[in-house]
Design a protein around this ligand. Structure first.
Ligand code: NAP
Length: 483
């Protein structure tokens, strides 16, 4: 079992108390690298979720002013950094990613708390005049109500932390349902929030199965926002379920990122950027390059450089400092990645490196997948339409700018996209026309707290980070005053 000062209890936090859920079942949290049992959590159900929502709603009456809320955020920022060793260890043990990536995730999460702590100005009312009107007009931003946060397992601290920081600055109550694979990072964050002195009952954590909890979150009238990060399929279901109570949905969904390398690109920069972008979290991030388009004149050089680099990547337990790629989250993720690779090979793609992995050794652990390079990929293959979510690079070639733009935009998704070219005019043309919410031009950098991040098309609705990220949790109210 995992011992940590941040996990004095592994339970739900409901109405200000750490409590066993009433579902009558145990969630067993396992290390995906070793199968070691990390925790057993008595699961919460619909009744627990309802209590959590009602506590969050009632506690909103006690929410202090924005200045005080900023102090809480600053305190959580400090606590996250003070406890970074423990947090990183928890993330790696339950998620599998290399420990150094977990450290980066802790710092990234902390940065959201610091950013929102510094933006109380966004809550200031702003008066304005209407020509020839004697009336006084003021726009206010009010907390929207209780926010339900449903988060995935790939960045278990960051995906929750970025929502949590914005909603808290907005003055909202919170009910969070973490992914069952990685609830411990969420428990640790809530333990730190409690230490920071957040009013009791305002923030609630409900650990349990999606179905009864998700239904309650989507149907309870006090929940005003469903803030979800996860697959497009579940996102669509949440939209439908939230319709009857007309909730706002803030959805960070799946991606199918094009990574485009033009003939005039800095090839070394493109290759380095691809390596970092693709193999982070074993390829299990929403902004991972999914389709690599390389100009036909550069293809053999790009492949040679990738073939040189891939064998040097170490696959193993994330706790081992030598590891570059940890396990996939579970054997079903392994099966999915393997089936995408097999589908591509059966349709004419070629394996340039990797593939042919050993099957996972246990029924629920050790799903290691080797870094794999596939050439000759195309739109007839599943991996050009589905998120690979594994350490597999799929390369295709192109000739013309118009052609690659049309192919890149042909996906239903539009989250991240990357363009490598030294031609500034072409860069501007591509960035303008690429249907992606996050575009890297000669960069594969991910999001940052001060910038809005989110998807176009089926990749989502709304933004996280930046002023836009705060607006997800605010209602705009216009007051007109007679003099
Ligand atoms: P997922 O299957 O959609 O699950 C995400 C969360 O939703 C989990 O907590 C899950 O809990 C919950 N959930 C599933 N069905 C639900 C329901 N009916 N009602 C309420 N909650 C429900 O996604 P995942 O496999 O964990 O994560 C990978 C996906 O997330 C990928 O598509 C990735 O691209 C996307 N993602 C997007 C972003 C972004 O910023 N756009 C960031 C990270 C990840 P259960 O497991 O208990 O069902």
């Amino acid at each position: 079992m995992l011992e940590s000062p941040l996990l004095p209890q592994t339970r739900s936090l409901i109405a200000g108390e750490w409590t066993d859920g009433g579902e009558g079942t145990l969630l067993r949290v396992k290390n995906p690298a070793t199968g070691e049992l990390l925790a057993e959590i008595p699961e919460a159900g619909a009744r627990d979720a309802r209590r959590a929502i009602e506590s969050a709603r009632a506690s909103m009456a006690l929410v202090p002013d924005p200045g005080r809320r900023a102090l809480y955020l600053n305190r959580i920022h400090e606590l996250l950094l003070e406890n970074r060793e423990d947090l990183a260890r928890i993330i790696t043990l339950e998620q599998g990613k290399p420990l150094r990536e977990s450290h980066i995730e802790v710092e990234y999460t902390a940065a959201f708390f610091r950013f929102f702590a510094g933006r109380t100005d966004l809550l200031d009312p702003h008066p304005f005049a209407v020509p020839n009107s004697p009336l006084r007009w003021v726009v206010h931003h009010r907390p929207v109500g209780v926010v339900a946060m449903i988060t995935p397992w790939n960045l278990p601290l960051a995906m929750l932390g970025k929502k949590f920081a914005a909603a808290l600055l907005a003055g909202c109550g919170v009910v969070s349902k973490p992914a069952p694979e990685t609830p411990l990072s969420a428990i640790a964050l809530f333990a730190l929030a409690e230490r920071a002195g957040i009013p009791s009952g305002l923030v609630n954590l409900v650990v349990g199965p999606a179905e009864p909890i998700g239904v309650e979150l989507c149907s309870h009238p006090a929940v005003r926002v469903i803030s979800f990060t996860g697959s497009t399929e579940v996102g669509k279901l949440l939209i439908r379920r939230s319709a009857d109570s007309v909730k706002r949905v803030s959805l960070e969904l799946g991606g199918n990122a094009p990574f485009i390398v033009f003939e005039d690109a800095d090839l070394e920069l493109a290759v380095e950027s691809l390596m970092v972008n693709k193999f982070r979290c074993a390829g299990q991030t929403c902004i991972c390059a999914n389709r690599v388009f390389v100009h036909e004149t550069l293809a053999s050089e790009l492949l040679m450089r990738l073939r040189d680099k891939l064998p040097k990547l170490v696959v193993g337990n994330g706790m081992d400092p030598a590891t570059d790629i940890g396990p996939l989250i579970d054997p079903s993720a392994w099966e999915k990645v393997d089936s995408l690779v097999k589908d591509a090979l059966s349709k004419g793609a070629k394996l340039a490196h990797g593939g042919n992995p050993d099957r996972p050794r246990g029924s629920d652990w050790g799903a290691f997948y080797p870094p794999t390079l596939i050439v000759g990929a195309n739109e007839g293959m599943r991996l050009f339409h589905e998120e690979i979510f594994g350490p597999v690079i799929a390369v295709t070639t192109f000739r013309e700018e118009e052609e690659v733009l049309a192919r890149a935009n042909s996906s239903q998704h539009g989250l991240a996209g990357y363009v490598f070219t030294k031609d500034a005019a072409r860069g501007t043309r591509m960035v303008t026309k690429l249907q992606c919410g996050h575009v890297g031009l000669n960069s594969s950098s991910g999001p940052t707290p001060s910038a809005p991040f989110g998807g176009m098309k089926a990749s989502g609705i709304g933004r996280e980070g930046g002023a836009e990220g705060l607006m997800e949790y605010l209602e705009t109210q216009t007051v007109v005053e007679g003099i």
